[in-house]
Design a protein around this ligand. Structure first.
Ligand SMILES: Nc1ncnc2c1ncn2[C@@H]1O[C@H](COP(=O)(O)OP(=O)(O)OP(=O)(O)O)[C@@H](O)[C@H]1O
Ligand SMILES: O=C(O)C1=C[C@@H](O)[C@@H](O)[C@H](O)C1
Ligand SMILES: [Mg+2]
Length: 184
């Protein structure tokens, strides 16, 4: 598979809690790729948590940091990159994402809600009604996520290993399409 990919980066996009970080790390191992998580890079560079960045500097400042990190990361190859759930919001980010293959991990709001029920690290979910907040975020973002090269639908029971296997199985079909496009 790594031969087929020729070092092209894989960008995992999708809602918070869908498993981009968990699956991305495994996928990188499987491919012999490096792994980068844009949220982690931001936290390390800022020296504070995502919650604190949102509180102290606001969401717009976080989005700028996110774009800066993405711009730097896409200069490298042989990486699997787990992005933040809101990376799709800025048009300029798409020009960076399109340097690689964009994989949308998609699962139900119910699954995400149950996974993140006890989790306080996502500032956008610190809401009086997190489930409805998730629904409205997904409604807003779905048309953006759907611009990905690959759409991987995940069920509640699927393990990270099974999700990695379904991504690996789906990649050749997109590479083929891209090769055909390049020939025309
Ligand atoms: N396939 C899975 N089955 C069960 N639990 C999972 C699965 N994938 C991820 N999780 C769990 O769901 C939670 C969220 O996963 P993760 O942090 O990987 O999501 P994310 O998409 O990176 O979210 P964010 O956009 O906020 O960074 C974690 O507790 C993780 O262990
Ligand atoms: O969906 C979002 O907007 C976010 C998802 C997380 O990955 C973090 O990037 C942050 O909590 C914002
Ligand atoms: Mg993550």
């Amino acid at each position: 598979m790594s031969n087929l990919l020729r070092g092209v980066n894989l960008y995992l996009i999708g809602m918070m809690g869908v498993g981009k970080t968990t699956v991305g790390r495994l996928l990188a191992q499987e491919l012999g790729y490096g792994f980068i998580d844009t949220d982690d890079v931001i936290v390390k560079a800022a020296g504070k948590s995502i919650n604190d960045i949102f509180t102290d500097e606001g969401e717009a400042a976080f989005r700028q940091l996110e774009s800066d990190v993405l711009a730097q990361v896409c200069a490298y190859t042989k990486l699997t990159i787990a992005t933040g759930g809101g990376i799709v919001l800025r048009q300029e980010n798409w020009s960076y994402l399109h340097h690689g293959l964009i994989v949308w991990l998609d699962c139900s709001v119910e699954t995400i809600f149950h996974r993140l029920l006890e989790d306080t690290t996502r500032p956008l979910l610190q809401d009086s009604n997190p489930e409805s907040k998730l629904r409205s975020l997904l409604e807003q973002r779905q048309p953006l996520y759907s611009q990905a090269d690959l759409h991987i639908t995940i069920t509640q029971e699927q393990t990270p290993e099974q999700i990695v296997a379904s991504i690996l199985a789906a990649i050749p079909s997109v590479l083929k399409t891209q090769d055909v496009q390049h020939q025309n």
